[in-house]
Design a protein around this ligand. Structure first.
Ligand SMILES: *[C@@H]1O[C@H](CO)[C@@H](O)[C@H](O)[C@H]1NC(C)=O
Length: 342
C-alpha cells in the first residue's frame, strides 16, 4: 500500500530533474510494481505457513495414513474402505473430469459420519475445523418442505461460496433423506463435466451425501447372504449399488427422489454401509473404552465388560439377534451406564 503513495513523489522528482523523465518514470513504475508483486507473493507464502490456505500444505493427497486409519478403525465395511480410497485417489489427479460425489447409505451407526470425519481429518490439516470442510445438516438447514425455492437458492449459494473459496472443498450433506424433494437438483450443474461455471472450476470438489435411505434393503440383502451361509465379505459392490439406486430414486423421502443426479449418472458411486454384527460392535466398544481412557491397552480390557456393554444394545431380527439396530452409535452412553454400575 505504501508504494502507491511514494510513486507520485518519485515521479515528480524525476520530472523536474531529468530530460528523459518519462522513460525513467516507466522504469520506476515497472520496478515498483515488481517489488509490490514480490512482496505480496512473499506475504502469501508467509501467510500460508501459518494460516490455512487452499494448497498442498493444508490439503493432503497422500492417502497412506487415511488408508491405514480406515483399515484399522472402520469395522465390517469392506464395501466402503477400498472403494472410497480408490475414488479419492483417482479424483486427486491433476484435473479430474468432474466433482467426486459419493452417496453413503445405511442404517444409523454403521459408520457414515465416522468415515466422513476420518477423510476430513486425514486430508485436511485442520480436519473438520478446516474452513474448506463444510458439514451441511439437512434437518438444520432445510427443515420446512414448503420453502423449497428459498432452499434451492440457499444451497446453491453455499456450494458456490465453498468452491470459490477453495476448489478442493469437501462438502458433506448429512441426513440427505430429510432434504425436501427437488432441492438437491439445484446443485446438478456443479457436479457435471463442465470445465467452469461463472469462472469457477467445480471439478476438484468432493461431495459426500449421507442418508439412511435403502438401509433396510441393504440389511435384507446382507441377511439373505448370512442365511445362505455366504461370507459377508463376498458381497460385491455392484449388486449393492443396484439395491440402493432404485429406492434412492423412488422413495419420496430420500433427498434424491426422481433426482437427475441419479438419472444423469452424476453420482460417482453409491457406497453401502452394511448393518453391523455383534463382533463389529465389540470392536467399536474396545475403541471407545480406550478413547475414554478407561483402559490403557486392548489386552487389559476384560471380555466380560465388552460383553456386558454389547448386551445393552438392541439387535435385529429378534430371534437370531444378528445386527445391532444402532450400530456403533450409542456405545458411549452404554459405556457410561455400564461402567457406572460395575
Ligand atoms: C505419505 O505419508 C506416509 C506416512 O505419513 C509417508 O511415510 C510417505 O513417505 C508419504 N509419501 C509421500 C509420497 O510423500
Amino acid at each position: 500500500m505504501r508504494f502507491k503513495t511514494i510513486f507520485p513523489v518519485v515521479i515528480l522528482v524525476f520530472h523536474v530533474n531529468c530530460i528523459h523523465a518519462e522513460f525513467v518514470t516507466a522504469g520506476v513504475v515497472a520496478v515498483g510494481s515488481a517489488i509490490t508483486a514480490g512482496l505480496l507473493a512473499g506475504f502469501n507464502v508467509f501467510n500460508c505457513m501459518i494460516n490455512e490456505c487452499c494448497n498442498d500444505r493444508w490439503i493432503s493427497t497422500n492417502f497412506t495414513d487415511l488408508s491405514l486409519t480406515l483399515r484399522s478403525k472402520l469395522y465390517g465395511q469392506h464395501l466402503v474402505t477400498e472403494p472410497v480410497l480408490k475414488h479419492l485417489k483417482g479424483h486427486s489427479r491433476e484435473t479430474p473430469s468432474k466433482a467426486l460425489v459419493l452417496s453413503f447409505h445405511g442404517w444409523t451407526g454403521t459408520g457414515k459420519n465416522h468415515v466422513s470425519r476420518i477423510v476430513a481429518e486425514k486430508m485436511f490439516v485442520k480436519g473438520m475445523k478446516s474452513k474448506y470442510v463444510h458439514l451441511i445438516s439437512a434437518t438444520k438447514e432445510f427443515p420446512h418442505e414448503e420453502m423449497v425455492s428459498f432452499y434451492k437458492d440457499k444451497l446453491r449459494d453455499m456450494i458456490e461460496r465453498a468452491v470459490k473459496e477453495c476448489s478442493r472443498a469437501l462438502i458433506i450433506i448429512d441426513e440427505m433423506d430429510k432434504m425436501p424433494p427437488g432441492v438437491v437438483d439445484t446443485i446438478k450443474p456443479y457436479l457435471d463435466f463442465y470445465e467452469e461455471l461463472g469462472g469457477v472450476d467445480y471439478r476438484k470438489a468432493i461431495f459426500f451425501f449421507l442418508s439412511n435411505t435403502a438401509g433396510n434393503d441393504i440389511a435384507e440383502k446382507t441377511m439373505r447372504y448370512w442365511n445362505e451361509g455366504v461370507a459377508r465379505e463376498s458381497i460385491k459392490l455392484k449388486e449393492m449399488e443396484e439395491v440402493i439406486r432404485l429406492p434412492a430414486l423412488n422413495i419420496k423421502s430420500s433427498g434424491l427422489w426422481h433426482s437427475e443426479l441419479i438419472t444423469k449418472n452424476l453420482i460417482s458411486s453409491y457406497i453401502p454401509f452394511l448393518p453391523l454384527e455383534r463382533k463389529h460392535v465389540k470392536q467399536c466398544i474396545k475403541d471407545s473404552l480406550l478413547e475414554k481412557k478407561i483402559f490403557k491397552s486392548e489386552s487389559e480390557i476384560p471380555d466380560a465388560v465388552v460383553q456386558e456393554i454389547a448386551d445393552e444394545l438392541e439387535y435385529y431380527p429378534k430371534d437370531v439377534q444378528l445386527f445391532s439396530t444402532t450400530g456403533c452409535k450409542r456405545i458411549h452412553q452404554k459405556i457410561d451406564f455400564v461402567m457406572e454400575t460395575v
